[in-house]
Design a binder for this molecule. Structure first.
Ligand SMILES: [Zn+2]
Length: 402
């Protein structure tokens, strides 16, 4: 009997002790803070707004769910379309755009906010049975970032215009006296070339870019380039078989003129262009006024002539696609390379051609040899650069850095 009494007493004390311990354990759980977690949006640190912690008392016997609510952070601002979020691979991102469209992604560290207005962003994260919610607003106010390689160019210069931070499939229109190349549009960026055609007067030309119906106005102050004058004679037999030969003129126009409107959508060229015949003498300069056989009015020379021995290697000035390779009575063996978006180089009067129309060529690749075919008075390469029907100075391409 006494034994039972003692047993009940011990059991009673044990239960009280256990109850006390459970109470103490529970108080400890309540006192806990959720472990710190952060994400960042464009380097701005963001704490979580709420966390649900799966806890327990009595050595894991009783599970307890704890909910922590924190202050919401103020609205963030961005002018970028592409924004950085540092996330864990399992993080779920729910983006509500200004028109209440919802997009779900997982673990992306780059979020693209294409529309202006207020976005709501929620990131759900789970670590060690604790789920966190980061919830914040972003006010988006994006503008195109426009750069023009030179607003103070000279006649014959090639300008590169870059437009950054624009939505995908933006509507871009270019209004200018000069005819722009095709436009390349990729990853929130657009690019095109604007040739300061050498025959046009040196003066100020307005340039208007219309991007998604918003207009941006610029002025291009084109300066004079000192074009040389040259007087020389060409044998009558050469003249009558080429520039004086109607069939040759027609063949030239029918082959070359259509090339002014075609273009590759891909940009193949990189860095500077190279002189296709290194070490040659420049026998005729760019844009030169030529008085041939004592003519009263000059013709203009749209490229550069490099005089060097016939048989000298001719190299591709930059990477591109061979758009034309063949013989034309007027200009002899000719190669036209499209370097992308319709920026083309022309190689004329060659002795032979070592590549085929349609080939892709690398910068510096052998494409043929110097000759004196077509309207030519001696071994030389006529090298020309064009965008559409507008010639530009190849020497500018030698110093360009793409
Ligand atoms: Zn020439």
């Amino acid at each position: 009997m006494k034994f039972i009494k003692t047993f009940i007493l011990i059991l009673f004390v044990a239960l009280i002790a256990l109850g006390g311990y459970a109470f103490y354990d529970y108080q400890n759980v309540l006192k806990k803070e959720a472990p710190i977690q952060t994400i960042s949006f464009n380097q701005q640190e963001i704490s979580f707004q709420s966390a649900t912690v799966q806890d327990s008392i009595l050595f894991g016997l009783y599970p307890i769910k704890q909910e922590y609510i924190y202050e919401t952070i103020p609205t963030l601002e961005t002018q970028n379309i592409v924004n950085e979020l540092n996330l864990l691979p399992q993080d779920e991102v729910i983006i509500t755009d200004p028109s209440n469209q919802i997009e779900n992604t997982v673990g992306l560290n780059q979020i693209n906010l294409e529309n202006n207005g207020l976005y709501h962003i929620q990131v759900n994260r789970t670590i060690d049975q604790t789920s966190y919610i980061f919830s914040f607003n972003v006010q988006v106010d994006t503008h195109p970032i426009i750069s023009i390689s030179n607003q103070n160019p000279v006649q014959g210069e090639l300008l590169i215009v870059e437009i950054d931070n624009i939505p995908l499939n933006s509507q871009i229109e270019i209004k200018n006296h000069f005819r722009p190349s095709a436009i390349s549009q990729k990853d929130y960026k657009a690019r095109f070339y604007l040739p300061m055609a050498y025959r046009e007067a040196a003066k100020v030309y307005p340039l208007t870019l219309s991007i998604n119906r918003q207009e941006y106005n610029y002025e291009l102050d084109v300066n004079t380039y000192e074009f040389k004058e040259i007087h020389f004679t060409v044998q009558q037999t050469v003249v009558s078989s080429t520039v004086g030969n109607n069939d040759a003129v027609i063949q030239y126009r029918e082959t070359i003129y259509p090339l002014y409107e075609t273009f590759e959508t891909e940009e193949y060229w990189e860095g500077n262009f190279i002189n296709p015949v290194e070490g040659a003498r420049m026998s005729s300069t760019f844009g030169e006024m030529r008085f041939v056989n004592n003519a009263k009015t000059p013709t203009r020379h749209a490229g550069i002539d490099y005089a060097i021995a016939c048989g000298t290697e001719v190299l591709a000035s930059n990477a591109g696609k061979v758009e034309y390779a063949g013989f034309l009575t007027m200009i002899g063996n000719t190669i036209v390379i499209d370097h992308g978006l319709g920026l083309k180089t022309f190689y004329e009067h060659m002795e032979d051609i070592t590549i085929t129309q349609g080939d892709m060529v690398e910068k510096g690749q052998l494409i043929g040899h110097v000759g004196t075919t077509g309207y030519s008075t001696g071994c030389h390469l006529h090298f020309q650069a064009m965008v559409k029907n507008q010639s530009i100075n190849p020497e500018f391409l030698y110093t360009i850095d793409n």
